[in-house]
Write a protein that binds this ligand. Structure first.
Ligand SMILES: C[S@@+](CC[C@H](N)C(=O)[O-])C[C@H]1O[C@@H](n2cnc3c(N)ncnc32)[C@H](O)[C@@H]1O
Length: 286
């Protein structure tokens, strides 16, 4: 069988099974089993594929047809320009979450913080913590999660990106593993309302329930995070939390309640969807 035939046939299979981006996904899976980049792929369309490669490839196409996420099948996902190991114990990092990293890096640079301490709550694969560490040399990040299996993935990623000395992994509930005050709290907590999860795309339902389920109305974790962060945040620190698009009013109200003197804003992503609530405490003296 030629590469071209495998590609065309697998595109049809994925399309029939409701995979929206069937063409690019068939290509990515085929390149993954062949171990080649895009340029080489298009140069190889008339080459034969070995029977072993064909078996591995169709096994992956079968998994993807049953709507297992592409990232779990190939075992990785790009986030903030870095490649992260992922498996079904962690949420697949989303592009929109890069906004949190951007905001934290802006805050650190704006205030020229030399050795800031940052807490990434619910770190999952470690994508936020590691991206900050890679892009801000002096930063130390405490990356917490209540899932031991997720922390094992974060551990692989911090070694892969050579930041294990500055990304400290802590096991436990939200802020409770932290033993010292921090300059920044960043978090992408579970925020989907429990009763909505069953209606989401099959791919999302393959992701860990504890990474998605934000309780009855989706704001349980945000409530707990904000209400407990007052004693762990330095007096001139900042908090950046990802929110669901329809949680902006509730989140703002809560932030004003616990941080009445802070500058509080809801920030939209590139699609103009409310994506993040930001709390900046008293302005730092330069
Ligand atoms: C939405 S995922 C975010 C993962 C990662 N930060 C990202 O943005 O890709 C939420 C993470 O919070 C963790 N989590 C859920 N409840 C938690 C809790 N009570 N304390 C700490 N972590 C929790 C989950 O295990 C999961 O890894």
């Amino acid at each position: 069988m030629k590469v071209r035939e495998a590609w065309l046939e697998s595109r049809k299979i994925l399309k029939c099974n409701g995979v929206q981006d069937y063409s690019i996904e068939a290509e990515v899976l085929l390149r993954h089993v062949l171990g080649i980049d895009r340029v080489k792929f298009f140069q190889s369309l008339n080459s034969d594929i070995s029977s072993n490669t064909k078996i591995s490839f169709y096994d992956m196409i079968h998994r993807r047809s049953s709507r297992e996420p592409l990232a779990y099948i190939i075992g990785s996902r790009e986030f903030y320009g870095l490649d992260f190991i992922v498996n079904p114990h962690v949420l697949i990092p989303r592009q929109e979450t890069e906004l949190l990293v951007e905001e934290v890096l802006n805050f650190l640079s704006l205030h020229s913080l030399k050795n800031p301490l940052i807490a990434d709550i619910g770190t999952g694969s470690g994508s936020i913590a590691i991206s900050i560490a890679k892009n801000y040399e002096g930063a130390t990040i405490f990356a917490t999660d209540k899932s031991i299996d997720a922390l094992k993935v974060a551990n692989l990623n911090r070694h892969k990106h050579a930041v294990s000395d500055r990304v400290k992994l802590l096991h436990g509930n939200l802020l409770s593993p932290l033993s010292q005050k921090v300059d920044v709290i960043v978090s992408n907590p579970p925020y989907i309302a429990s009763n909505i999860i069953g209606n989401l795309e099959p791919e999302v339902q393959n992701e860990p329930r504890e990474a998605l389920d934000g309780g009855y109305s989706g704001v349980d974790y945000i409530n707990e995070l904000i209400s407990t962060s007052t004693c762990i945040l330095k007096s001139n620190g900042m908090i950046a939390i990802e929110i669901n698009y329809d949680h902006s009013e509730k989140s703002k109200k809560l932030c004003h309640e616990y941080f009445p003197k802070a500058e509080i804003s809801v920030i939209e992503d590139l699609t103009q969807t409310p994506r993040m609530v930001r709390i900046v405490l008293a302005k730092r003296l330069q």
